[in-house]
Design a protein around this ligand. Structure first.
Ligand SMILES: [Zn+2]
Length: 276
């Protein structure tokens, strides 16, 4: 594999609006809109540019998205696992975690007829114990946002490309952070003043050869979000601000990556290439 090639990875974490941390902690009745229409809206943007994505899906969101995911797989997108529930995996003992991980993986195999290759932890919460369990069942993990230097498991890995680590059997490919700040998408890209975010991304891409983007369905949903009573001002901003401009930001990012000769690839296809 040519290590000089620049790679861009687009990913989505498919979870219900009710699994957004600040909603979930209030435990509202799940009787309204999950905002899954954001998955189609995301894929429509990528289709314009013929970009294939990895869709990290929570097991509890699988049943509501089967048709969308089957179509996506047929169109060259990949589906990986984003937990069996959208809870921190750090709060669960290792045996139970492994058991549920395997069950979820088998369910994806049964329903979507795919071998799930990767895992991204809910809220990017990961530690060495859990990473070692993930390693037993998957080809890669995408959870170590900001964290790569704190995980012992990764210390012996080589950096194959910027922020892509491997021991030749297993890979760690988290969303992109630069000098301790998240420039890979999610609410950070949505809420940070765009001139600042743009500047950071451009500065990073000037001398780095890989970039990993992530987003959630509710951030691209055009349907009405459930009205949850929330009074914390930061949570209100998180749930209500800057949705309309997000598609334009994504298209700017795609065009900027294209202009700078990044190749768009799924994490799964990148690993296939790297191990060929
Ligand atoms: Zn998530």
């Amino acid at each position: 594999m040519n290590t000089l090639t620049k790679y861009a990875f687009f990913t989505m974490d498919i979870e219900s609006f009710y699994d957004t941390s600040c909603v979930r902690k209030r435990n509202p009745k799940r009787i309204g809109n999950n905002c899954y229409d954001g998955v189609e809206n995301y894929l429509n943007i990528l289709d314009k540019y013929n970009i294939k994505s990895t869709l990290f899906t929570v097991d509890s969101s699988l049943d509501d998205n089967v048709d969308t995911l089957k179509n996506a797989i047929e169109n060259g997108h990949k589906v990986s696992l984003h937990g069996y529930l959208h809870d921190s995996i750090l709060n669960i003992d290792n045996e139970e975690f492994e058991d549920k991980l395997v069950k979820a993986k088998n369910r994806f195999k049964d329903i979507l007829n795919i071998d799930v290759e990767g895992f991204r932890a809910p809220m990017f919460k990961i530690n060495n114990y859990k990473l070692n369990i993930i390693k037993k069942h998957f080809k890669y993990d995408s959870s170590a946002l900001y964290n790569t230097n704190k995980l012992d498991e990764l210390k012996s890995y080589k950096e194959l490309n910027d922020n892509i680590y491997t021991d030749n059997l297993f890979y760690e490919i988290p969303p992109t952070s630069f000098k301790g700040s998240n420039i890979g998408g999610g609410a950070f890209m949505r809420l940070t003043p765009w001139v600042i975010m743009k500047h950071k991304i451009m500065k990073y891409l000037k001398n780095h050869n890989s970039y990993v983007f992530y987003i959630h369905p509710f951030e691209l949903s055009k349907s009405k979000k459930p009205n949850i009573k929330i009074f914390n001002p930061l949570d209100i901003i998180y749930l209500k601000a800057n949705f309309k401009s997000y598609p334009k930001k994504i298209e700017w990012l795609i065009n900027y990556l294209k202009d700078n000769r990044f190749e768009f690839i799924t994490i799964e296809d990148y690993i296939k290439k790297a191990t060929a």
